[in-house]
Ligand binder design. Structure first.
Ligand SMILES: [Zn+2]
Length: 93
């Protein structure tokens, strides 16, 4: 992974993005009116570095450029560049 050129998309292991659909950007795209809704069927993409992150509520993750972070211990998720810099994808039913 570390040898990939900067800017290449990074997908979660074992995930085929063709089975996901783009819902929109920011927390509202996750189906919540009060912040991010975290569940494993959702994937967030950092628009800066093209990193795709599964939004399960249990694991820590950070994107390749460091802007987008998920910290279950602190109950936090987001991008320091703003929520609209995160694209939300949902696994097709
Ligand atoms: Zn990033």
């Amino acid at each position: 992974m570390a040898t990939e050129p900067r800017g290449n998309a990074r997908y979660p292991e074992g995930v085929s993005m063709s089975s996901y659909e783009h819902l929109g950007n920011g927390p509202a795209a996750t189906g919540s009116s009060s912040g991010w809704r975290m569940r494993a069927g959702l994937i967030a993409r950092c628009l800066v570095c093209d990193y795709y992150m599964i939004l399960d509520p249990d694991t820590y993750d950070t994107c390749a450029c460091g802007a987008m972070n998920k910290d279950p211990g602190a109950g936090r998720f987001g991008s320091r560049l703003g929520d609209d810099r995160i694209e939300i994808y949902r696994h097709r039913p």
